[in-house]
Design a protein around this ligand. Structure first.
Ligand SMILES: Nc1ncnc2c1ncn2[C@@H]1O[C@H](COP(=O)(O)OP(=O)(O)OP(=O)(O)O)[C@@H](O)[C@H]1O
Length: 589
């Protein structure tokens, strides 16, 4: 764990070292104070002039206050920088995690890791790197000075301290376990809250508010129990350390008084020993609390390490790591097909293949419709074209370039994708439109909006393109969201446009307009469209019928209708398109 924490301090080690040095300097000044006090007492008892020892004592007090304050500020700032760096690193990693790993995670829990776990680590880091180090130095310095003055007394004190430390160490390990439970419970609360809030309408429509509140309350109670358990253990640390210090103080006072009485110890040395014993209280308590804090951070460290251990996409670290990888930048088509898929095999788990040798091609400037029953693997095909997942085998080429030869970022820059549920991001219409093409001019934005029949509507809005769309586009209708998503995809000028049921949320007028526009779009790019609606299927140049993970039939709408009974059933909205085909009979649907 110390190794992990050390690794986490990367980038902050210099300011941390500076803070440590200053804190040590302040502590060293503190260690010297009893000696200065001794000099004052010695001067007093020997009737020597007091000016110099008193001045030194006052200066030491002032210096400790000033250096200590600056060190504390530096430490706080370093802690905040650490939080900043960690959060940035966690976001950067999470946004690049491979899809198959991401599918298994809970978004709310990830958000907790980036917020609360990082904050817990920050405390551990400051405690660990500076407080433990300085307090250890102060304690050792005091112990050393006491040892010089009276080794016998010192050994007695050490024995008392050792017993206290053993008790506290046992407590710290238990605090660590309670903290892991607490951090996991906080992650669960976050995930539960995210689940309910992201589907608030569903929750309300199903009258499930109270059930969700009950679930969250149960989780909150779990976190409360873990926190109280941890607090109970933590609360015993300071008194245990204080008891050890008090016992040491009483020992020094009793045995020291006897030794002064016997003349074995000067009075000044006893005063200094007592001051050291008192002064040890703070550092020893903080040292022990620091150790407990390190244990408390174990849960958070493990949870953040789990994030870093998630695999990230190949070119995620540096899009330029392999240079501009489109070896022959396709200014002109280098292949007869814009998209070529050959014998693609893939499944989300090894024992459940979804695609079982899919082959299809989308010629340049063509509109190809991908049809098939629900669950046939249409969206999965799109996910593989986008390279969200690695296929088990087979190849995907754009303009003749195999996906494996092209940098991931560059590959995706040639693909436009309109998702099935068209999620918009919180922000303005302009933010959403420019998401794939940040440099798009207003002129281009309006042209893209024209394409999806939204120009007039947006012109009528008081804030126009700067209208806020709400969380996930909640202030727009689903048809408007879909049209914005299409405009956004088109703005990036892709070579290949993938549309997952683009007319699903459109009314007949907008559906007809989009069908015409898809025809026009073919001038600019090839289109592969997952289609359930007849208007889209009929408009396609080629229809690919996907079933059982393969392309069962390919042809024009009329050809498939004539020759493929499964397709005919699909057109008829027959229920079972996956079952065995009955022979097609003219005039019978
Ligand atoms: N992320 C995922 N993890 C595991 N299984 C998945 C995942 N996504 C899809 N599947 C499974 O893969 C199969 C194909 O799903 P896919 O979404 O590709 O079907 P589809 O043809 O697009 O269906 P629809 O027309 O209903 O959208 C389904 O059985 C689905 O349960």
């Amino acid at each position: 764990m110390l190794r992990h924490l050390w690794a986490l301090t990367q980038g902050q080690r210099r300011p941390l070292a500076a803070a440590l040095l200053l804190t040590l300097a302040a502590a060293a000044v503190g260690v010297a104070q009893p000696l200065a006090a001794k000099a004052v007492v010695d001067a007093l008892t020997a009737h020597r002039p007091l000016l110099i020892p008193v001045t030194v004592l006052v200066l030491l007090l002032l210096a400790q206050a000033l250096v200590g304050a600056f060190a504390a500020f530096l430490l706080e700032r370093t802690g905040e920088r650490f939080v900043l760096g960690m959060r940035t690193r966690v976001f950067s990693h999470l946004l690049r995690v491979r899809m198959h790993a991401f599918d298994r995670l809970r978004v709310g829990d990830l958000m907790a890791r980036a917020s609360t776990d990082v904050a817990v680590l920050r405390d551990a880091l400051t405690h660990l790197s500076v407080q433990i180090a300085t307090n250890l130095c102060v304690a050792l310095g005091s112990v050393g000075a006491m040892f010089v003055m009276d080794p016998v007394l010192m050994l007695l004190i050490l024995c008392v301290m050792l017993v206290g430390s053993l008790v506290i160490n046992g407590l710290s390990a238990r605090i660590g376990r309670a903290s892991t439970t607490l951090q996991n419970a906080v992650g669960e609360i976050s995930a539960g809250l995210e689940r309910a809030l992201s589907a608030l309408r569903t929750v309300r429509a199903n009258r499930a508010e109270q059930r969700e509140i009950d679930r969250l309350t149960t989780l909150a109670h779990r976190a409360y129990d873990a926190a109280v358990h941890s607090a109970r253990l933590t609360a015993t640390i300071a008194p245990t350390a204080q008891m050890a210090i008090n016992a040491a103080f009483v020992l020094v006072l009793l045995i020291g008084a006897v030794r002064v009485d016997e003349g074995a110890l000067p009075l000044g040395a006893l005063v200094a020993m007592l001051l050291y014993a008192t002064q040890l209280g703070g550092p020893i308590t903080e040292l022990m609390e620091g150790v407990a804090s390190v244990h408390r951070a174990k849960g958070a460290t493990d949870r953040i390490q789990e994030v870093y251990a998630l695999p990230i996409e190949d070119s995620a670290n540096a899009a330029t790591s392999r240079g501009p990888l489109w070896r022959h930048p396709p200014q002109r088509p280098t292949s007869s097909a814009s998209l070529e898929i050959r014998d693609l095999r893939f499944g989300y788990s090894p024992d459940a293949p979804v695609l079982r040798g899919l082959s299809l091609s989308v010629p340049h400037h063509a509109l190809v419709a991908l049809v098939g029953p629900s669950g046939a693997g249409k969206s999965t095909t799109f996910a593989l074209i986008n390279r969200f997942y690695e296929p088990w085998s087979g190849s995907i080429r754009i303009d003749g370039q195999p996906a494996t030869d092209v940098d991931l970022q560059e590959w995706r820059s040639h693909i436009g994708w309109v998702e099935q549920d068209c999620p918009l991001l919180h922000g303005t219409l302009r933010d959403n439109l420019c998401y794939a093409a940040p440099d798009a001019t207003d002129d281009r934005l309006w042209r893209a909006l024209d394409l999806v029949n939204l120009t007039q509507k947006i012109h009528r809005l008081p804030a126009g393109l700067d209208t806020d769309v709400g969380e996930r586009g909640a202030r727009l209708s689903s048809g408007e969201r879909q049209r914005i998503a299409i405009a956004r995809a088109v703005l990036a000028r892709p070579r290949l446009l993938l549309m997952d049921e683009p007319t699903a949320h459109l009314d007949p007028a907008n559906e007809a307009a989009l069908t015409v526009n898809m025809h026009n779009l073919r001038q600019e790019c090839a289109l592969l469209v997952i289609a359930h609606r007849m208007s889209t299927i009929e408009a396609a140049d080629t229809v690919v019928m996907l079933s059982n993970g393969t392309a069962q039939a390919t042809g024009t709408y009329a050809e498939l209708l004539r020759t493929h009974c499964g397709f005919q059933r699909l057109v008829d909205r027959s229920a079972d398109v996956d079952g065995s085909c009955r022979p097609w009979q003219p005039g019978v649907r």
